[in-house]
Design a protein around this ligand. Sequence first.
Ligand SMILES: [Cu+2]
Length: 323
Amino acid sequence: MKFTTRCKKLVTAVVFIVNVFIGLTLLTRPALAEIVKVTMHAMENKVVIDNKGTTYDSWNFDGAMPGPVVRVKEGDTVDFTLINDKTNQKSHSMDFHAAVVDVLSEFTPVKPGETSHYTFQANYPGVFMYHCGAESMAEHIARGMFGIIIVDPKGGYNDAYPKPDREYVLIQSQLFSHASDHHALMENTGWKNALINGKVFHYDPVHDPNATLSLQAKPGELVRVYFVNANINMPVALHPIAGIWERVYPNGNPKNILYGMATYNVAVSEASTCDIVSPADHATNNAIVDHTMGAAHRGAITVLMNTPDADPKLGKGKNILLR
Ligand SMILES: [Cu+2]
């Protein structure tokens, strides 16, 4: 063998070993904290609130009820900008329940045509509601100014917090016929429907023939539901009919674990994580309901189909909040 050929082989071998070393280092080190820029527009527009196309005068973030899913890692810094479009009539604000800041500065309302900006470090893993806090807060939430921020734990998955096969966001809210009637909001009268991710019977083809979506998973898969109670006044009795929550993580923090829960009571403004695993040997369905009957029959029923031909794209990546 010529000297140059031997030299080339040696260099190739060294490069290979270095690459393997770098690869292993990247795989084993904890994820580095990042600065995550999030910009939202406060908007006042009509949104569709059922499966047949009925519209509603909504105030919201980025044009939809609920607003966009924000997802960061524990330790990340969220660099947030709220733009209140000048075409709007109302002042709006942003209150992230994942933030530890000053209510009078960071969460202060901004007028139409103005912008607010603040940063916070997401130091607690879990799931959290966000919402507008401008006066009257009840009306701003009732009209649709809410959403979820997911803070994934920096330690990743483990036996007590296993990697899910599918993830779904479900955000329940109350639809008031007259959201500007603040007395009705305070007295909890005149609420017409329960919305799941902004629509009545959104994922329930059993109770609404117009429903085209449902949650899907394969039999035996671990389905993780990130649930937010964005109601104005009512707790949610969250129950997966024909199933049991394998684990519930109150506030989504992996350190908080409840096992084998049939019904989990979700306080107003609470966000929590609920895991469910269906039987692996045959197809089944669950109906995830607010067992408070007045809410279930007003629209808070979601069908989870556990079937071998489940759409492989649902409950993954960007498809965790189905619109
Ligand atoms: Cu607002």
